[in-house]
Ligand binder design. Structure first.
Ligand code: MRU
Length: 382
């Protein structure tokens, strides 16, 4: 289980079948390999995949083998490391690395973590000339990003726990019902998760919790990933169709909504998986606290208006016209509408700051306002 928040560096990782995993790691036996859990196959098959090139990383991000904002950031950072391994005597090093950076960043547009992480590694390489040191610095920077994101999640867990504890006290120990959307768990975040860290921590402390998991059409990350990781870690949860949240809130069956973020503006607007906005509206109408849990790597300190300025990814309409599931021992996809139906597939939406009760970050909980975000992250503001 998850007995590690106070142990600093010797942190235990999340478990699958009782074995500890991160969702990305460098292969100890082969320095040319980065390993990931193939999230396209979960929960039906647990498989790892090897990434050996920039192209491999690009494809893994684009086809959702790896997904979730902090994880695609870490993958992008390892992508730059792999780019350094592709350098040979003929390579123009700067040009090669800049092209790799641009290419990796283009794999998915909405989550800021990807460009943030790639640019972080590139910045570290700026003044380096020797290939050996470039490679080492890139690997160290990618590993550092992983450690930082894990630590961020641990901190988010500690701050978010307080919210759950308060509700538990008010409810005199009855289970705290948390509603979440998509997967902002350890699979999305290298370890612990953002939304899930407070939940795991509460569970570890013996506070009864129960999670309502939105299925999260069209790709069903809630149904396939969030239920999977919560169940693997012993957390009671119930899968619900995406449209159920409003009803549950009216029936007072939701105590708090906690979702993740792919990009948060300096003013507190949050881009997250499509459908998050509707949950925020329902929570607002029912006076239920609505929190977004996010590390600072998910904040875009350069933009102020989420609706106007955040690019929303549009994905293959086939994800809407078809549903993927498990049948006859195989993962299969079936069409759920007439053959020629036109479908739209927007990956994310914007929840305006006014609907958000607070942001749970690694530095504490703040209101979703420019003033509060600035107080918490003054060193990031210009
Ligand atoms: O399209 P995905 O699966 O990458 O979307 C993931 C989400 O929307 C998560 O909520 C978000 O990345 C936050 S992860 C901590």
């Amino acid at each position: 289980m998850f007995y590690s928040f106070e142990q600093g560096k010797n942190i235990k990782k999340m478990k699958i079948d009782n074995q500890n995993y991160q969702s990305i790691w460098a292969d100890e036996n082969d320095p040319s390999v980065i390993k990931v859990i193939d999230q396209q196959k979960l929960p039906f098959f647990f498989e790892t995949r090897e990434l050996r090139s920039v192209e491999d990383v690009f494809n893994a991000i684009q086809d959702m083998t790896v997904r979730g904002a902090p994880l695609i950031g870490a993958a992008g950072a390892f992508g730059i490391y792999l780019a350094t391994l592709e350098i040979n005597l003929q390579t123009k090093i700067r040009e090669h690395l800049s092209n790799a950076a641009r290419y990796l960043i283009s794999s998915r547009p909405t989550a800021i973590n990807l460009s943030w992480a790639v640019n972080y590694v590139m910045e570290k390489l700026k003044n380096e000339q020797s290939l050996t040191s470039i490679t080492k610095i890139a690997l160290d920077a990618a590993l550092e990003i992983c450690e930082t994101e894990k630590e961020n999640c641990r901190q988010i867990g500690k701050y978010g726990l307080k919210l759950i504890e308060d509700i538990s006290r008010e409810k005199k120990g009855l289970p705290v019902n948390i509603l979440t959307h998509c997967n902002a768990g350890w699979l999305a975040c290298i370890d612990y998760g953002t939304v899930t860290a407070p939940v795991y921590l509460a569970h570890e402390k013996g506070i009864p919790v129960h999670v309502w998991v939105d299925e999260t059409r069209p790709r069903n990350q809630g149904a396939m990933l969030t239920t999977y990781e919560l169940e693997q870690n012993g957390i009671p949860c119930t899968l619900i169709p995406d449209n159920t949240g409003g009803h549950l809130m009216q029936q007072k069956l939701v105590d708090i909504v906690i979702v993740g973020s792919d990009r948060t503006t300096r003013t507190g607007d949050v881009a997250n998986k499509i459908g998050t906005y509707l949950k925020a509206l329902a929570a607002f109408d029912n006076k239920i606290p609505f929190y977004c849990a996010l590390p600072s790597s998910s904040i875009d300190f350069n933009i102020s208006d989420g609706v106007q300025e955040i690019v929303i990814e549009e994905r293959n309409p086939e994800e809407v016209t078809h549903v993927t599931g498990f049948l006859d021992g195989k993962i299969q996809s079936v069409r759920i509408c007439p053959d020629r139906t036109v479908a739209a597939n927007y990956g994310f939406d914007i929840t305006p700051a006014r609907l958000i009760t607070g942001l749970i970050t690694e530095r504490g909980i703040c209101r979703a306002t420019e003033k509060d975000i600035k107080e918490m992250f003054s060193y990031k503001f210009n």
